[in-house]
Design a protein around this ligand. Structure first.
Ligand code: MSP
Length: 663
């Protein structure tokens, strides 16, 4: 049995992401949220453990690997390594990265199956149905040729001899469980959705496949492999001990964070599997909404994804964390916009928190030699007023964090920032400093500002771990903020006489259009690289979170047959115009000999649209079409990339006919 813990445990998970593609901002959002909860719960006295990981089996990965000319294992490993590295670079890696190809996971899946079988919940049968390969799910009530209701792709008819999980027997048990645990599914809208699904009756679920190879073998039942969901979900348990889960004492999970599209798997199948195996059930499933881009769910197949590395490279991870949690109401869909991201950065971080920290610390250095002043007691009422306000705010913010109302929690914290700012503006410490008789008043004003800042730093720490630690240290606080207990935080704990550190800029203001242009330029660069090797190094702008830049591997040598796969032709630009809302992008109509192609290219930083008309360019003509800022692009224009990111078009010194092939 597990050894007793000094603190209560809190085990939380992100989804285990598919390894058929690279992470985008949507996946990053889920992982950031989990990391914020992890840090918050630590500050509330929990012994926290967070699992994230990779879901590697299934037809999608198998097919992507085949396309890349690699074995599924090799292909999936390359991608899993990049996911893991990204989370490390962004400081959101959690405590365990479980891969569904891990040996310990295989053992756990096979063990869980055995338990379900021994308990009489597995039977053999035939299944013919419509299957969505993309979503790895049978589509109930669909006929041949019907589209998948979730992703819109055509379904495939499959007939297999499968093992079935007797899900139909769990309808009442699940309903009873939901009734006894009203907070199990969050938010309310998802709970209602799941309740109506379960109330509608449950069909037995086919949990093995014979049509694919790339999966965990069902012991003694070759060629059956487990269905991806009777594989991936179990990863949450494999990560914390699997069959020996009770030794570590982390299971059951306290929280599964998921996107709303996979709520059913988590809130219906998963508890049923666990009930069938006589294992404890997770405490809560929280399904958040989607990040939208151009009003659609961001996803690789729609070609409208935004990647995290370019943003982090230009602004740092902390502004991205702040923006996502502040701007998107947790549980609802929200639109992602570069404009809003940089606006939030400048207003709330540079002008808001950063400016408050720097003006407060600069004045303490200037007027009190870098020591927290002593607020003479009894003279004014402002300290007790602030104390009341701050203590109320503390309770309020913790309550909001507890409900995962991140946006409101941050709003409440920034109300304190605004209050202190206003207080400084009204009290004018710089004027008080002019008159010796106002010295006590000056001490009180600056003490109040510093103490308010200290409280703000602690409260914002889960969202801005690096910046708040720096403010904390500048206030002369030595201990790591992560070890501070929010329950013990109260107004007045800042000791007069504490030496403060050198004030330094935390969030330097940035130029909005220049920053967006840089992000878009990096995004373009990164999208040019074929997956799974897309990796823009993360650098850090002055004063933001330190994230290590991963080494960029030299490109591998390729044979002439690989080069021959790329078709390049001479094209001539017929017309060009700016893409609305994108500083770098031009939308071009390019004649490539036998047709005119629409191509979206990141040339606007270096070329005016009108100057390009008539120009001959080199076009990669056999790239799969994709959308950039919602505009379809059918090909790529070849350009050199200069160190400052400005493109220089490839061209010809002699005249060449339009449509001529390059070899
Ligand atoms: N492998 C399954 C999950 C198995 S969990 C045992 C899977 N993987 S996934 O790679 O498709 O990741 C889906 C998750 O990524 C979503 O549930 C959500 O957490 C996150 N997101 C992916 N796209 C997203 C948005 N556009 N917006 C917000 N979150 C998104 O499903």
């Amino acid at each position: 049995m597990s050894t007793p813990r000094a603190k209560p445990k809190y085990y939380l998970t992100t989804p285990l992401y598919y390894t058929n593609g690279m992470p985008h901002i949507g996946h990053t959002y889920s992982t950031i949220v989990a990391d914020v909860i992890r840090r918050y719960k630590r500050m509330r006295g929990f012994d926290v453990f967070m699992t994230t990981g990779a879901d590697e089996h299934g037809v999608n990965v198998e097919r992507s690997a085949k396309k890349a000319g690699k074995s599924p294992q090799e292909f999936s490993t390359e991608i899993a390594v990049q996911w893991r590295r990204l989370w490390d670079d962004l400081g959101i890696a959690g405590d365990e990265f479980i891969r569904t190809t891990d040996e310990k996971h295989h053992r756990t899946v096979q063990w869980l199956f055995k338990r379900c079988r021994e308990n009489g919940f597995i039977e053999k049968g035939h299944y013919t149905g419509q299957y969505c390969v993309h979503d790895n799910a049978y589509v109930v009530d669909a006929g041949p040729g019907d589209a998948c209701p979730d992703c819109g792709r055509p379904t495939e008819t499959v007939t297999e001899e499968n093992y079935f999980f007797k899900l139909s027997g769990f309808q009442q048990k699940l309903l009873d469980f939901y009734a006894a645990n009203p907070d199990f599914i969050q938010p309310e809208s998802r709970r209602n959705e799941v309740l109506s699904f379960v109330n509608g009756g449950l069909k037995n679920l086919s949990i093995t496949r014979t049509t694919i190879r790339w999966g965990i073998p069902v012991p003694g039942e070759a060629p059956h492999v487990f269905y991806v969901w009777f594989d991936a979900l179990i990863g949450y348990l494999s990560a914390v001990g699997g069959p020996n889960y009770d030794e570590r004492g982390l299971w059951p999970a306290d929280l599964h964070i998921v996107g709303k599209e996979i709520i059913r798997f988590h809130a219906v199948y998963w508890p049923a599997f666990l009930m069938a195996a006589d294992l404890p059930l997770p405490k809560q499933i929280w399904a958040h909404g989607w990040l939208l881009f151009d009003s659609e769910k961001m996803s690789k197949s729609r070609g409208n994804v935004v990647r995290p590395r370019p943003i982090v490279s230009a602004l740092g991870i902390e502004p991205l964390r702040y923006y996502l949690l502040r701007e998107i109401v947790f549980g609802q869909d929200g639109s992602f916009s570069y404009d809003a991201l940089v606006t939030r950065y400048n207003s709330d971080l540079a002008n808001g928190l950063g400016n408050l920290a720097s003006r407060t610390l600069t004045m303490i250095e200037r007027y009190f030699g870098g020591e927290i002043p002593n607020p003479a007691p009894g003279r004014e009422t402002d300290v007790s007023g602030s104390a009341e306000f701050a203590n109320e705010a503390l309770t309020k913010v913790m309550h909001l964090y507890d409900r995962f109302s991140f946006s409101l929690a941050l709003e409440a914290i920034w109300e304190i920032v605004a209050m202190i700012d206003k207080y400084i503006t009204v009290e004018k410490p710089w004027a008080l400093a002019e008159k010796p008789e106002d010295r006590a008043r000056l001490a009180k004003v600056l003490y109040t500002a510093a103490e308010g800042l200290r409280i703000v730093a602690a409260l914002a720490h889960p969202v801005l771990p690096v910046a708040t630690q720096r403010i904390w240290n500048q206030l002369g606080q030595a201990e790591p903020l992560s070890g501070v207990q929010l329950d013990l935080l109260a107004w007045g704990q800042l000791k007069p006489g504490t030496k403060t550190g050198k004030p330094e800029g935390i969030f330097p203001r940035v130029d909005k259009s220049e920053t967006i242009a840089r992000i878009e330029a990096m995004e373009q660069e990164q999208n040019k690289a074929p997956e799974p090797s897309a990796a823009t190094p993360v650098s850090t702008p002055a004063g933001t979170a330190a994230a290590a830049a991963p080494a960029i591997a030299a490109p591998a040598k390729i044979g002439i047959e690989d080069f021959a796969k790329v078709e390049m032709r001479v094209g001539q630009v017929k017309s060009a115009e700016r893409v609305a809302g994108a500083d770098r992008l031009l939308q071009l109509q390019v004649d490539i000999g036998d047709e005119v192609r629409q191509i979206v290219a990141g040339l606007a930083l270096a070329y005016k649209a009108e100057d390009l008309v008539g120009r001959k360019v080199v076009v990669v003509t056999n790239l799969a079409p994709r959308k950039l800022r919602g505009v379809e692009s059918n090909g790529m224009i070849v350009a050199a990339s200069t160190p400052d990111g400005a493109p220089v078009l490839a061209g010809f010194l002699e005249d060449v006919p339009v449509g001529a092939k390059l070899k």
